[in-house]
Design a protein around this ligand. Sequence first.
Ligand SMILES: [Zn+2]
Ligand SMILES: [Zn+2]
Length: 153
Amino acid sequence: MKEPDDALAKDFLDICHKSGLKATSLRLAVYRYLKTSGEHPDVDQVWNAVRRELPTISRESVYRALNDFASHGVIAILDRADVVARYDVEPKKRHDHFQCERCGRFFDFEVKTLPELVDAVAGALGRIEHAEIRVRGICNDCLQKEDDARKSL
Ligand SMILES: [Zn+2]
Ligand SMILES: [Zn+2]
């Protein structure tokens, strides 16, 4: 892999160094997409984006890169919407998720007092490794589509 020229690539090399992952062009492309898209994409979204940069890359390799990131704690695998896993590039920054039941997308939000609440209530039961609020509903985009569809009737 050639020397990186931007901050994001430097972050990436740093992460690889700390987690013991080998820095490859594919992993960098995947990381770059996850960081810049602001999405919680599934493997096909990542694959489609990465293929613009690396046209010969297989879906399988992208899938493997995502799993390698996940097993090294660089990203989190959110649990499945239908059967498609989605990936989150900010697993270390505590945040909560709103999941749209229609389009399957995850949106981030943050309940600032959650860690204290969980500590106070669940702390007595054991050491807390992860706390998150998961809200399900219909996102604004999908609500808007529903609205437009109704108006065009
Ligand atoms: Zn939606
Ligand atoms: Zn998230």
